[in-house]
Ligand binder design. Structure first.
Ligand SMILES: Cc1cc2nc3c(=O)[nH]c(=O)nc-3n(C[C@H](O)[C@H](O)[C@H](O)COP(=O)(O)OP(=O)(O)OC[C@H]3O[C@@H](n4cnc5c(N)ncnc54)[C@H](O)[C@@H]3O)c2cc1C
Length: 308
């Protein structure tokens, strides 16, 4: 792993650094480049701006792994409040929600996670939107796909996420490429061992393209989540070769990352969905985004020095 990335990820786990950064009067602008804010009202405001500019949204309520049933219940209630607000503000058609099963109890009990995720899916359906299950580290993949299959019996529109860095993923793409199946394809964000995941970025990119072709050859609705300036035109060209029109697949990017590219793709007629995180637990998420790209770290440190 890149040494700067390791350093930032280590800093993210250090309690003293965490407290110092999280409580420093860092400009709202800096955190808000990547995170909508701490409240539902913040999430709604950012969603409205993005939807008004021709983009669609998936909202992530930020939290950490939950090993306590009460915390899992609090997470569910946070999503229910968010969904109510999306409905009340007339934004549900342009915004869905992304849910991490570990935040609703997966590490405690798979059945609890299923029950909690079902509460969110039922509320999403009532509000006129849907849910995508984020994918976490490889030890949770089988469990997440089992929960997905159960949820889809009642809510077929529940989205899956597959990670191109896992050796297994091209097979999972083939299995999940059936009619109407919404599948987000990303490279994968966790530090995974060589037994299960490609370590070399070139191999990850090749796997990503194999998965793009597999999903596009099926009858599902692929959602290509990447900021990679080499992969975006490849996805576009492969979609055209497979006869997919804009609207038959979508691009997804994170809030604050390559916003001009998001608007450019939308202006070409593509559906572009922006992944918008919000919530009080923004610190870990922000550190992971900084670790991905040194330029973001320099931007953050400059603002920290000049405004704190
Ligand atoms: C909508 C969405 C949902 C996701 N959901 C999940 C999930 O459920 N599970 C999971 O494991 N991972 C998820 N991820 C994260 C994903 O797996 C990657 O870690 C992350 O997207 C970085 O990969 P990349 O494809 O952008 O390519 P990278 O290989 O990280 O970057 C390739 C190129 O993209 C450009 N780029 C990347 N980052 C930036 C930046 N910050 N600013 C400017 N340019 C940049 C640069 O040119 C870079 O060289 C998600 C990502 C997105 C966009």
């Amino acid at each position: 792993m890149n040494p700067l990335r390791s350093l930032i990820l280590a800093a993210a786990d250090n309690d003293v650094i965490r407290r110092t950064v999280a409580t420093a009067p860092v400009s709202r602008d800096v955190v808000r480049r990547f995170v909508a804010g701490e409240t539902v009202a913040d999430a709604i405001e950012v969603t409205r701006q993005l939807v008004d500019s021709g983009l669609t949204v998936t909202l992530d309520h930020l939290g950490e792994d939950t090993t306590d049933a009460d915390l899992a219940d609090q997470t569910v209630r946070a999503y229910l409040e968010l969904l109510d607000a999306l409905y009340a503000e007339g934004l549900a058609a342009g915004a869905e929600v992304s849910v991490k099963l570990t935040a609703v109890g997966q590490l405690l009990d798979e059945q609890l996670a299923l029950t909690n995720a079902a509460r969110i899916c039922a509320a999403a359906e009532q509000c006129g939107t849907t849910v995508t299950l984020d994918m976490e580290d490889h030890t949770t993949t089988d469990s997440t796909l089992r929960v997905l299959a159960e949820l889809r019996r009642t809510w077929p529109s529940v989205g899956a996420v597959l990670q191109a860095y896992l050796h297994r993923t091209v097979g999972d793409c083939a299995r999940l490429a059936g009619t109407g199946s919404r599948v987000r394809l990303c490279k994968g964000a966790y530090a995974e061992p060589a037994e299960v995941a490609y370590q070399d970025m070139h191999e990850v990119n090749l796997s990503y393209v194999r998965c793009v072709n597999t999903l596009l050859a099926g009858d599902g609705y692929p959602m290509f989540a990447t900021h990679d300036p080499r992969l975006v035109p490849i996805v576009d060209a492969r979609a055209e070769a497979h006869g997919r029109k804009p609207g038959g697949f979508e691009f997804q990017m994170l809030y604050g990352i390559r916003p001009e590219e998001q608007r450019r793709l939308a202006a070409l007629g593509h559906t572009v969905r922006v992944y918008v995180p919000y919530g009080v637990q923004w610190y870990g998420y922000l550190m992971r985004r900084l670790a991905e790209r040194p330029a973001n770290t320099a931007f953050f440190l400059r603002a920290l020095v000049s405004r704190s």
